[in-house]
Structures are given as structure tokens and as C-alpha cells.
Design a protein. Structure first.
Lengths: 459, 389
């Protein structure tokens, strides 16, 4: 796969230096050590003679083991993890299965029934697949489940009750925003604006109820904006007719770093992390009224474009460009620091319907219902357009690897569509028999698909 | 990046011996500590103090770590700690309890069972314990829930009601009378609107006459006056004549005309539908757009009591009880369901007065034409109240 000139990293460390996801393990390792000491120190205030739990005994050994096994640190490829909605924001990964076959001789590595309903994409951190679900009468029960990527075994599951408004359209779920991770913690967000921080072992670190803190937040069709992590902050867009805001929350402590008012208008699009040539990091918040970039740690506005963008499909970083869907698809030039990006091109024929643009090197794809369009990132020229036979209404953002797109519709029909240069060809088809509204994950060569009630792993 | 990793390797080699020593010292220090129960209490208290916008998190973060290291035999202490906490702290306790269960292995279910069955224990803790039991041993949970249909814990009651609905449904084909009897018994116990609706629907399919309006005790008879101006959304904050009267005296003059959007307007009787208790203002006022309607009702209470006002409404709305505003929501056409908005309020013995303000905007889409509501008063558990009873 040919990438654009500058690959946009996803994980941004507190130092302000940018690393790609290979560094997650290093970072995680350092944090594990740091947390151990912090934790021991902080526990002193409770003067507790704690029993010798499995974890207490194992952790020092684990830490020592990490030192002894340091040669493996940082060896993971960037296709190992899928840390949030659309992975690194592009929906692309290096390796993926070449077929979708649920038959006895097929390529389903495992499938697991989940504790509730979900339209949230799964994420992958090492061997852990994290998926959120909601259940109960109104979706007020919140679940965060970890499943082993290699075996499909359930590793742990946490359960909470929503403190905000759990209501949503029957086709959606309270578990709508995709969870996100910084490689050492899981941040699970829900339509009810409950935000849960867990360790990779499933321990509670902290819990926020943004719908409880700000009771008018939310809409009863359901929220769906997925949070992102940047510079030690979780950034969430909670935009509705009532309390409407974007918020930056300290990933370590759960406290507010900043909160800014947003247009009082329903908005389901997700924030996007972009980095600029001077290594500064910005988070782009789009809405039907404007496009705003903020500093992730402080929330101060870096630039504003007074033009509405899509309220469902989110922006996609593409090297020196940011592709922003709206009534017209437009490309912003983010290749110069400390400036308001200029619009490089616009093309109304490339606007997606619900799914976000998908990046494949110098080309991107836009899904308009069952019509797939390919275009050049550089100039916005359409390359081909193809109606995908057998594909119905689509919500899930496709994922892509080596020119093959993995596209699922609302009824559970999935296709692998191969970009053959000047046309596209469907090379595999599957019917999972359950709605798929969640964007899949690609990691370690595997495709993880979350249907309404089931988690599938194709290898 | 490679250079960074090399530095890390060098650093880790030098530091590993020191780390081991420090960790052993820490473990040693821990082993010398005494008075564990007081310390657990301190950690629990830190969780109890968690509030909005991260309040109390500084102490709660280490406390959560400490508590999740406890053995499962100590679960009851943590469950006790959840007594009367706010919903945020409740979720901290939930996460900690499930964290303990994950770290320490399967908890001793008999002690959890005893905890649930002792109704002197707090409702939140009992609910969490019941969920843990059903997760660890579903058959044990099923047996217990069969006797907990009227449990004072709403969470446990909801689980028992769900199980009872499933039992009634399983009987529907083979033993219809038994099925109806189970549904009827469950209907009395149910508090959640979704469960109530499903029971009503199922009884209807079995030939029984039960309406949503009856099952929920929806208020059907109202006096209404409209339209007042809401073009450009001005009506939500505007205080028109009926609102001014009610805010001042807790009453309206039903004989008085007011100046409306299109001229003088008068109070008139409107009724909710027999089945759903839905009051259709679009029908009553000829699909007027950009308009405000006021609705008034009286409610007799046998005593002074704390209740809940529960409104389902797809339009912007305000609710006053006895002259006091109890809820206000400026959201249009963004979903609607029974009990969509819930707010606590007080009734006094004798006559009480209720005023609703239901605002329609000017959206033209086909899905934005509804101008309607459902309203009821319930006790704090969600049991519907009838005027005069």
C-alpha cells in the first residue's frame, strides 16, 4: 500500500513528540512501572494491609519480566493494534484476511456472543479485543468486554448503569461510540455520555457521567460521536440541542481539562487528531455550523473555518490533507503549521452518506449507500464509481487493506471489494444474519466485526 | 525513535536492580501495616465522596486500586459502602465489585445470596450482588428471582419482572389462563415503562383488556389553551398569560381569555387517547406550527407526599406542579417515549395543580409534525398514581 507523503500518527505522547503505534508498547511499559510506584505511594494514605492478591504478587514479577524481556519492547508492527474508531483515523491497515467465509471450512477464527447490543466498533490492544455493549430495558446496562484476539476467550467483562439518557432509535444502541485506548487504558464511551476508564486487566480506574454532570446533554435518537485520545487527553464531542459541548478530560485522573460550548444542534461526527509539521497536535471538531481545531490539552482554539461540515460522517486525515465530508467533500491542506488550513479542492460527488472517508494511500473511498466511489486525495478527481450488488443500506465505515475494502451493510451482508485501478471487483461476500452498523477493526492480519449481538474474528 | 528505544534499554538495565529492591521494600512496608478494616473504611469513604465533574477523584483513584485488591470475602464491606450514594459513586462501586470478582476469582455465592436476601442491606449493594450472582451462576439467580417480584430494590425487581414476563410468555401457547395470571401478577409488580408496555401488549394478544393509559395511570383529562407564538422558538422562554397566572398563584382562571398568536384564545377540554393516553395537540390545533400550548389539570392526593412527574414528549416542554417549575427541556423532534423526562416534586393533601407548556417548532420535515405528550405522576419507585386514590 502506498501511503501519502506524511503518515499521520495516532498516538501522541505527553512530551509532544509523535510516535506511531509501535511505540505504544514502550509507552505502556514505562507507564506500568510508573503506575506501580504511583499506586504504591498513593495507597499509603489508606494504610491498608492488603491481602496477597494474584495481581499484587504478579505485578512485580511482571515488571521485572518486562526488563528482562526488553528486546521485545517496541517490536510490534503498526498493524498490531486498532486503538479507536477507524484505527489510526484512516480505517487502513497493512494486512487483512482475503476471504469472508462463515462455513465449516471458512476463515472464522472465532465468534463470541456478547452481553448486549452494539453499533460501536471494536478496538484491539495487543491480544485484547475490546467491545462495548448495552442491555436492559432501555440500554441502560453498559458492558465493556475483553476477548482474546488469539483464542476468542472472554478475558473480562465490566458492567455499569448509565447515568445519562440511554434512549436511542431502535436501530442504534446506547453502545454507539467506539471505545478508544492509549495503549495502557481503555476509555469506553456511550450514547448516554457515560465515560469509563479501565485498565487493560479490566480494573476500574475512574468513571465519569457526563450526562449526569450536564443533565441536558444528549438526544433521544442516540449519540454516536466516538472520543479520541491525544496528548494525554480524551476529547469527546457531546453535541445536541440541550447541553452542547466538547470536552477534554485528563486520561490519568478523569478530571476536566477544558470544556467549550458547541452549536446546540445534533451532531454525530467524531473528533479527528491531526499533527502539523512543527509537531504540534490539533483536534478538529466538525459540526453543521463550523470546523474548529483545538489544542487537545488546553482546548484553546487554533483556527476556525466558518463553514458547516457533515454531522454524521467524520473527517479523515490523509497525509498533508484532511478530508472533510459535508455537502461537498473538501480537502484541507494541513501541511503548514500555525495557519488556518486552506481548502485545496471540493467535490460534491464525493460526499459520503453515513460512512466516513476511507484512506488507501494516495486514493480514498466514499460510500454513498451501496455506491462506492474512489478518488484521488491530491486533487479530488473521481477515479471510478461502482454500485455494489447485494449491498443494502450502510452505516458502518468500511476498512481497507492492500486495496481491498471490507464493507458491511445494515442487514449484515459483508463484501470484500478490490480496487483494481480503474474499476472495482467484489471478490468475497458473506451474510452474518445480524445488523452491522459498527465499523470493523483490522489488527494482526485479522478482521474483527461487531454485529448487533456477536463479535466475529476472520483470519 | 530507535535512539529513544536504545536509551530506554540502557536505562532499564541500570535501574532494574534498584527497582527490585524498592519493590521489596514496598511489599515489606505493606505487610507491617495494621488496622486494615479502618483503612478499607477510609477507601470506601473516598469512593462515596465521588461527585460531578471529577469531584473527589484525587482520593478515589488510589482508593479504587486498594479496594480492587481486596479478597472476595470482603465484598460485603464494599457493597455496604454503596448505601445511598449518587449514581456516579454507584458506578465506581460497581466497577470495584466486578474488579474484585475478576481479580480474586469467583466469590462465595452463599454469602452473596445472604446479602441479597437480607432486605436490611442497602438497595444498591443488593442489586449489584444480585447481578453478580446471575453472572456467576444463572440457575441460582433464576431460583432467587422467582421470589423477588416485589423486591424494594428497583434493580432486583426489574430482573424478577423480566424473568416473570419470560415465564408468562412460555405459558401463552399451552396454558393461556396460567399465562394471563402470571402476566397480571407481574403487571402489579412492574415499574419500568418498557416492561409495563410489553405486559400490556401481551395481555392484549391473549384477549385481555388492559390499556397503557390504565396500566401507567396516565392523566387523560386536560384543559388546554393555544396557540401562543413560538415562531423562531421565542415561546419557550416567553411567559404568556396562563404561565404568569400559574407561577403567581399556582392556579389558572379557566374562564379567562388570553391573547394568542392568531387572536384571542380560550381554555377547552382535551382528552388523551384511550389506549396510549396520548394527547394530540396537532390534531386539536389544526397542525399549527411555531406554537405554544398550555395544559392544565387538577390532581387529588390523599396526603402530603413526594412523587415524580413523568412526561413523554417529542416537543420542547416545561412542567409546573403547584406553581413550581419541575422540569424544562428545549429539545424538538429528537425521540419520544413514555417517562422520557422524570423529575421529583411534592404533592400536598387535597387538590394539586399541574400546568404543562408544550412547544411546537417550525420544522417542515414529515417526521417533525408531531405535537403531543403523555403525562403521569408516580410514586418514587415508578408506580402510577390515580387522582383521588
Amino acid at each position: 500500500m502506498v501511503r501519502p507523503a506524511r503518515f499521520v500518527p495516532f498516538v501522541v505522547l505527553k512530551t509532544g513528540l509523535c510516535f506511531d503505534v509501535r511505540c505504544v508498547r514502550v509507552f505502556s511499559f514505562i507507564q506500568t512501572v510508573k503506575n506501580f510506584f504511583t499506586r504504591s505511594s498513593s495507597m499509603n494514605q489508606f494504610n491498608l494491609n492488603v491481602h496477597h492478591s494474584k495481581r499484587r504478587v504478579m505485578l512485580p514479577l511482571l515488571v521485572i519480566g518486562c526488563f528482562l524481556n526488553q528486546s521485545s519492547v517496541g517490536s510490534a508492527a503498526d498493524s498490531e493494534n486498532w486503538l479507536g474508531f477507524r484505527g489510526d483515523g484512516t480505517s487502513a491497515s497493512e494486512i487483512a484476511p482475503r476471504s469472508l467465509d462463515v462455513g465449516d471450512q471458512g476463515n472464522v477464527a472465532w465468534k463470541v456472543t456478547m452481553p448486549g447490543k452494539s453499533v460501536a466498533g471494536p478496538i484491539v490492544i495487543g491480544d485484547r479485543v475490546i467491545s462495548t455493549s448495552s442491555g436492559g430495558q432501555e440500554g441502560e446496562q453498559l458492558f465493556v468486554t475483553a476477548v482474546s484476539l488469539s483464542t476468542g476467550q472472554k478475558l473480562w467483562e465490566q458492567s455499569f448503569r448509565s447515568t445519562g439518557r440511554p434512549f436511542c432509535h431502535p436501530t442504534s444502541a446506547n453502545a454507539a461510540p467506539s471505545p478508544v485506548s492509549d495503549g495502557e487504558r481503555v476509555f469506553a464511551f456511550f450514547s448516554s455520555n457515560d465515560l469509563i476508564c479501565l485498565s487493560l486487566e479490566g480494573d476500574l480506574i475512574w468513571y465519569r457521567g457526563l450526562g449526569y454532570d450536564y443533565p441536558k446533554a444528549g438526544n433521544d435518537i442516540g449519540m454516536a460521536s466516538s472520543p479520541i485520545v491525544a496528548d494525554g487527553a480524551i476529547i469527546a464531542q457531546v453535541e445536541a440541542q440541550g447541553d452542547s459541548f466538547a470536552i477534554g478530560i485528563d486520561a490519568a485522573t478523569g478530571g476536566n481539562l477544558w470544556r467549550m460550548a458547541r452549536p446546540r444542534q445534533s451532531n454525530w461526527s467524531s473528533p479527528v487528531v491531526i499533527d502539523r509539521p512543527d509537531d504540534s497536535v490539533e483536534v478538529v471538531l466538525q459540526s453543521g455550523r463550523n470546523i474548529v481545531a483545538v489544542d487537545p490539552k488546553r482546548g484553546n482554539v487554533k483556527w476556525i473555518i466558518e463553514e458547516g461540515a457533515d454531522k454524521i460522517a467524520s473527517g479523515t486525515p490523509a497525509g498533508e490533507f484532511l478530508l472533510l465530508p459535508g455537502s461537498e467533500m473538501m480537502a484541507l491542506n494541513i501541511g503548514e503549521s500555525a495557519t488556518t488550513p486552506e481548502v485545496v479542492w471540493r467535490n460534491s460527488r464525493l460526499s459520503p452518506r453515513n460512512a466516513s472517508p476511507v484512506l488507501n494511500g494516495e486514493r480514498f473511498y466514499s460510500l454513498k449507500g451501496s455506491v462506492l466511489v474512489a478518488a484521488n486525495v491530491e486533487d479530488g478527481e473521481q477515479v471510478w464509481q461502482q454500485r455494489l450488488s447485494g449491498l443494502g443500506s450502510t452505516w458502518a465505515t468500511p476498512v481497507v487493506s492492500q486495496g481491498r475494502l471490507y464493507i458491511f451493510d445494515q442487514s449484515g451482508v459483508g463484501l470484500i471489494v478490490e480496487d483494481q485501478g480503474d474499476s472495482a471487483q467484489t471478490i468475497a461476500e458473506v451474510d452474518l444474519g445480524e445488523p452491522v452498523l459498527a465499523s470493523p477493526a483490522l489488527a494482526q492480519g485479522k478482521l474483527i466485526v461487531r454485529t448487533n449481538q456477536t463479535l466475529y474474528c476472520f483470519e | 525513535m530507535i535512539r529513544s528505544e536504545m536509551k530506554l534499554v540502557h536505562w532499564t538495565s541500570q535501574s532494574s536492580r534498584l527497582l527490585v529492591i524498592v519493590m521489596l521494600l514496598l511489599l515489606s512496608t505493606n505487610s507491617q501495616r495494621v488496622d486494615a478494616a479502618d483503612s478499607i473504611d477510609a477507601a470506601i469513604e473516598a469512593i462515596r465522596q465521588v461527585g460531578t465533574e471529577g469531584k473527589g477523584f484525587e482520593k478515589a483513584l488510589p482508593a479504587a486500586e486498594v479496594l480492587q485488591d481486596l479478597p472476595s470475602e470482603k465484598l460485603s464491606m464494599v457493597l455496604d459502602g454503596a448505601d445511598g450514594v449518587n449514581p456516579i459513586a454507584e458506578n465506581w462501586f460497581r466497577g470495584i465489585v466486578f474488579g474484585i470478582a475478576q481479580q480474586s476469582g469467583t466469590p462465595e455465592l452463599k454469602s452473596l445470596q445472604d446479602y441479597v436476601l437480607d432486605q436490611q442491606n442497602n438497595a444498591i449493594g443488593r442489586g449489584i450482588a444480585m447481578e453478580l450472582i446471575t453472572r456467576e451462576n444463572s440457575s441460582m439467580g433464576t431460583t432467587m428471582l422467582a421470589d423477588l417480584l416485589n423486591d424494594p430494590s428497583l434493580a432486583i425487581r426489574e430482573m424478577a419482572v423480566e424473568q416473570s414476563i419470560e415465564k408468562a410468555a412460555a405459558l401463552a401457547d399451552s396454558k393461556q389462563e396460567d399465562s394471563v395470571a402470571v402476566y397480571r401478577e407481574t403487571l402489579k409488580a412492574a415499574r419500568h415503562p418498557k416492561q409495563l408496555s410489553r405486559i400490556v401488549e401481551s395481555l392484549g394478544k391473549l384477549g385481555e383488556t388492559v390499556t397503557t393509559a390504565d396500566a401507567f395511570s396516565l392523566i387523560l383529562n386536560w384543559k388546554s389553551i393555544a396557540p401562543f407564538d413560538n415562531e423562531g422558538g421565542v415561546g419557550f422562554e416567553a411567559t404568556y398569560g396562563p404561565e404568569q397566572q400559574f407561577a403567581k398563584a399556582g392556579m389558572v382562571d379557566l374562564e379567562q381569555q388570553h391573547e394568542g398568536k392568531n387572536g384571542a384564545v380560550s381554555w377547552q377540554a382535551v382528552e388523551g387517547s384511550d389506549d396510549e393516553g396520548l394527547v394530540d395537540l396537532a390534531d386539536t390545533y389544526n397542525k399549527e406550527k411555531g406554537a405554544v400550548a398550555y395544559l392544565f389539570a387538577e390532581f387529588e392526593s390523599s396526603d402530603d407526599r413526594a412523587v415524580q412527574a413523568r412526561l413523554g414528549c417529542i416537543n420542547a416542554n416545561k412542567v409546573w406542579v403547584n406553581g413550581k417549575e419541575v422540569m424544562a427541556t428545549e429539545v424538538y423532534h429528537s425521540g419520544s417515549m413514555l417517562d422520557q423526562y422524570v423529575a421529583p416534586c411534592d404533592l400536598r393533601k387535597g387538590k394539586n395543580t399541574i400546568l404543562l407548556k408544550i412547544c411546537q417548532n417550525e420544522q417542515e420535515e414529515s417526521w417533525a409534525q408531531r405535537w403531543e405528550f403523555q403525562f403521569r405522576l408516580t410514586d418514587p419507585t415508578g408506580k402510577g398514581l390515580q387522582s383521588g386514590q
